[in-house]
Design a protein around this ligand. Structure first.
Ligand SMILES: [Zn+2]
Ligand SMILES: [Zn+2]
Length: 151
């Protein structure tokens, strides 16, 4: 299983492998060691965030949004070129396939578990569905807390 997190000490993003026996996660930049809360990892399942240690996590597609957007933008640019040369069928074929590629990518991408509070990301864990999908209300709760400077 794999963890990606933002270090609260040096603000850098670190990633590390972990398993049920992992007791500390160490920032690769400043070597800060974070103690993993007991029971955060249960076998192959992630029960609580190893970093912050919130128990509120959500599941989302492991889809690089920028890549998705670039494919669509590229499709639009290419179809404009085709349109300019009066190739109507090609124009729509390009538009259609760029959307299709996006959908296919989305479907084949795996899922990751993310922490609402510190946005640590967990890949390769089992039973991710038990965390539920992204909930705006919970997200807002943590955002407000952050704005007020509470942890
Ligand atoms: Zn650090
Ligand atoms: Zn967290």
């Amino acid at each position: 299983m794999h963890l990606t997190f933002a270090c609260s000490e040096c603000q850098n993003t670190s990633s590390t492998d972990f398993d049920a026996d992992t007791q500390h996660v160490v920032c690769g930049h400043c070597q800060r060691s974070i103690e993993v809360p007991r029971g955060a990892v249960d076998g192959q399942r992630i029960k609580a965030c190893m970093v912050c240690p919130s128990r509120e996590l959500f599941v989302r597609k492991d889809f690089p949004q920028q890549l998705g957007v670039s494919i669509v933008v590229l499709g639009i640019v290419l179809s404009c070129v085709a349109w300019y040369y009066h190739a109507v069928v090609t124009t729509f074929a390009i538009l259609f396939s760029s959307v299709l590629i996006d959908v296919a990518l989305y479907l084949f991408m795996g899922e990751l578990v993310e922490c609402y509070r510190c946005h640590a990301q967990y890949r390769g864990t089992a039973d991710v569905a038990e965390h539920g999908a992204f909930d705006l209300e919970t997200h807002e709760k943590y955002r407000q807390r952050r704005l007020r400077g509470q942890s």
